[in-house]
Design a protein around this ligand. Structure first.
Ligand SMILES: [Zn+2]
Ligand SMILES: [Zn+2]
Length: 110
């Protein structure tokens, strides 16, 4: 069975996900908004390689998710306070960009 989020909690500054394998992920709202993979947000040529997204100065510091929905059994759709609704974050992608200490440490070793 593929990895699924079992709980999603929107906090003041971060979004917390609990996973079916017991892992917990924490993402800053601004980071997550900037990590949107939709065509609109990825309009810049992908010069920087997979997994690197140039920062977008138009994303404000107090950006927040205003609605979260599940897309099939593979992704979340997040609606943002700046009006952006097309953000689709697959579970695999979310896990890949996990910001917890454990995942950061694992990535820096690779
Ligand atoms: Zn987007
Ligand atoms: Zn993690």
């Amino acid at each position: 069975m593929s990895l699924q989020p079992t709980n999603i909690a929107v906090q003041e500054k971060v979004l917390e996900l609990a996973w079916s394998d017991g892992h917990r992920s924490v993402y800053g709202h601004k980071f997550l908004r900037e990590s949107c993979t939709c065509a609109l947000c990825q309009g810049e040529p992908l010069l920087f390689g997979k997994g690197y997204f140039p920062s977008r100065p138009q994303v404000s510091e107090d950006i927040k998710p205003v609605g979260i929905g599940q897309v099939g059994r593979y992704a979340l759709r997040i609606e943002w306070s700046d009006g952006h609704k097309a953000g689709i974050y697959t579970f695999n992608y979310l896990r890949e960009i996990c910001q917890c200490e454990e995942c950061k440490a694992r990535k820096s070793k690779q």
